[in-house]
Design a protein around this ligand. Structure first.
Ligand code: 13P
Length: 232
């Protein structure tokens, strides 16, 4: 399966950040590359990134196609702005905005309806892992938030590894990806996310059932993101 290296810029980036695309250069044929900038940059980034074979995505969407939802953005609007993917259920949204599994599934279904590829995020907290509940938590999130069909991507992002500079052991990542694979099928890409950087990308991406990475902090600098793409 062709790996997907996705950058999640989160709430970072102004117009000047579009220069990072030029610095990245063309995506290699061996892997798909995606950047999910803040919504304000999607329309400007999409054509610039497409010239390099790099896709653009949103970081969230509302379940409805339009309506009285001040401040929200629909999947159709992301598509219209040039997005091809949309992240849904990121742990920062689950935590900051109290998003439930049911809402995440509705957002994923909205992405599919609009012709986007949803990236559905799952992952346990540190306390849940310490209690031995990691698989039960992730299993519940998969059960509750995956849409039907197979036009989506799953991102396993242990909450405690995000922005933390530490990752699970390679064995723990492989075990969780195998667990997720058993609950999906061979056509679904399963990304790992959480402190992926140039120094650990190669060994993580070489694990079975790791079909790419969802990269936060290290996607903001072209040099680091390029090194992760090269590792894939
Ligand atoms: P970091 O790579 O900064 O740990 O963030 C991971 C993430 O949350 C990507 O969605």
């Amino acid at each position: 399966m062709k790996p997907l290296i996705a950058g999640n810029w989160k709430m970072n980036g102004l117009k000047a950040s579009l220069n990072e695309i030029e610095a990245l250069g063309p995506a290699p044929a061996a892997c798909d590359v995606l950047i999910c900038p803040p919504a304000t940059l999607i329309a400007a980034m999409a054509p610039a990134a497409a010239r390099f074979g790099i896709a653009t995505g949103g970081q969230d969407c509302h379940p409805d196609p339009s309506g009285a939802h001040t401040g929200d953005i629909s999947a159709e609007m992301l598509k219209d702005a040039g997005a091809r993917f949309v992240i849904v259920g990121h742990s920062e949204r689950r935590a900051d905005h109290g998003e439930s599994d049911a809402l995440v599934r509705a957002k994923a279904e909205a992405g599919l309806r609009a012709g986007l590829v949803p990236i559905v995020c799952v992952g346990e907290t540190e306390i849940q892992r310490e209690r031995g509940e990691a698989e039960a938590v992730v299993g519940g999130q998969l059960e509750g938030s995956l849409p039907k069909g197979d036009g989506f991507v799953i991102a396993y992002e242990p909450v405690w590894a995000i922005g933390a500079g530490r990752t699970p052991t390679l064995d723990d990542i492989a075990a969780m990806h195998a667990f997720i694979r058993k609950r999906t099928n061979e056509r679904i890409r399963i990304l790992y996310g959480g402190s992926v950087k140039p120094s650990n990308a190669k060994e993580i991406l070489a694990l079975p059932d790791v079909n790419g990475a969802l990269v936060g902090g290290a996607s903001l600098k072209a040099a680091d993101f390029s090194a992760i793409i090269a590792a894939a």
